[in-house]
Ligand binder design. Structure first.
Ligand SMILES: *Cc1c(COP(=O)(O)O)cnc(C)c1O
Length: 396
């Protein structure tokens, strides 16, 4: 499988990723193809980015047309795409004000700064953050500081002071950490990287109540679970528990780098002011063309409805597999964000599925994650299950 296309990367990149020994060249719909022409059914979507799959002609045309006009102007000037993308994103996310970033980490950085800025305006003296164990919020300093996995933080300490970790889905453990210095509570409504842990309804409601009673802001990180993935446009909508600040990225650009943090008008009134924050590329005409077109296609094709309708089939078929192999102990997840839990390390499983022409992703805690493009149909799920079975049989 190793070929010369890999050599330049091996010799020149900083080695921070453990890449699999294949070089992918192009994609179409649910499938990716490597430089040898081998086909892979994709249940990874580039880490939940390519919700619409690959080579979506309509999106490609919109991007090409934008490239032929202009890609970048800077935020000294208005461009119609930026305002329109903001309007659409606010409409579908239920928020009022949005700031465009280039990534999920940057969206969370902005959210943390926005929460601190809110406390500063209100002179509350609040600066601490409560985050969750097993959380993942990105790799920049602020984001890594609220990431509940020691391996990501330890080599870079001291990280941001004043961050404390509560047990996910345990309201008492959150309450025990709340004090007069708590500025915000940040959590993923469905933890991805940490091993596919969905928040319980009572937990989301409880966090909202704690925040309301104590003047604390609730930040939901929907970088992975947002944009249709769990069967609602944004995961908070399914809980009916609205955050004060919402972070997004991954699927909102379907592969064009773009992220965002958004807030309610109440927060915006007391938060970031001119000069407080910025991003050179943030919200440029190209990334905003992507956001606008992605939202248009999502709504016209009812991608969210499709995920909601098809997810029970995915769950049923994954549970079948869980019942067949004694080293698979269960399934958890929501919508098209699913995990199978193994009683053994999962590192070899990925290599076996690659041999079978199937891409999946590992998560913490011996979990294999399934994050297919949101256009996956029952026939793709059947094909995935067959390939997965063949891969797992090799490990028996
Ligand atoms: C991927 C991810 C991030 C980080 O996004 P980047 O674009 O890689 O910076 C943050 N939060 C969650 C929940 C994620 O899944």
């Amino acid at each position: 499988m190793v070929n010369s296309k890999i050599q330049a990367a091996e010799e020149n990149l900083i080695h921070v990723y453990n890449r699999f020994p294949i070089a992918l060249e192009y994609g179409d719909g649910m499938y990716l193809y490597d430089t040898e022409g081998k086909e892979y059914l994709d249940f990874a979507a580039g880490f939940a980015v390519c919700g619409l799959g690959y080579n979506n002609k309509e999106l490609n045309e919109a991007l090409k047309a934008q490239i032929d006009k202009i890609c970048h102007i800077s935020n000294l000037y208005y461009h119609v795409n930026c305002g329109e993308a903001a309007k659409e994103l606010n409409r579908i996310s239920g928020m009022d004000r949005v700031f465009f970033t280039n990534s999920g980490s940057e969206a969370n950085e902005g959210a943390l700064k926005a929460a601190r800025r809110y406390a500063y305006t209100k002179k509350t003296g609040r600066f601490e953050f409560i985050a969750m164990e097993h959380s993942f919020h990105g790799r920049s300093f602020g984001a890594v500081s609220v990431t509940g996995h020691e391996a990501y933080r330890e080599p870079f300490e001291p990280v941001l002071p004043g961050v404390r970790f509560a047990e996910f889905n345990n309201l008492d453990s959150v309450k025990a950490l709340v004090n007069e210095k708590t500025c915000a509570i940040i959590l993923e409504p469905l933890q991805g990287e940490g091993g596919i842990h969905p928040a319980k309804q009572e937990f989301m409601e409880g966090i909202r109540k704690i925040c309301d009673e104590n003047g604390i802001l609730m930040i939901c990180d929907e970088v992975q679970c947002g944009m249709g993935r769990t069967g609602s446009m944004f995961a908070w909508q399914d809980f009916g528990v609205k955050p004060d600040i919402l972070t997004m990225a991954k699927a909102i650009g379907n592969g064009i780098p773009v992220g965002a943090f958004a807030m309610t008008q109440e927060v915006a009134d007391f938060s970031l002011k001119p000069g407080d924050h910025g991003a050179t590329y943030g919200g440029n005409p190209l990334s905003c063309a992507a956001v606008k077109k992605v939202i248009e296609i999502f709504e016209r094709e009812d991608i969210v409805g499709h995920v909601k309708k098809t997810a029970p089939y995915l769950e049923k078929r994954l549970e079948e597999v869980a019942g067949e192999f004694e080293f698979v102990t269960g399934r958890r997840g929501k919508g098209f964000m699913q995990g199978l839990v193994f009683s053994r390390p999962v590192s070899e499983i990925n290599l076996k599925t690659i041999e079978e022409g199937l891409l999946v992703i590992q998560a913490q805690g011996n979990v294999i994650r399934f994050l297919p493009p949101l256009i996956a149909e029952e026939k793709h799920i059947d094909e995935m299950i067959e390939k997965l079975r063949r891969a797992l049989r090799k490990l028996q």
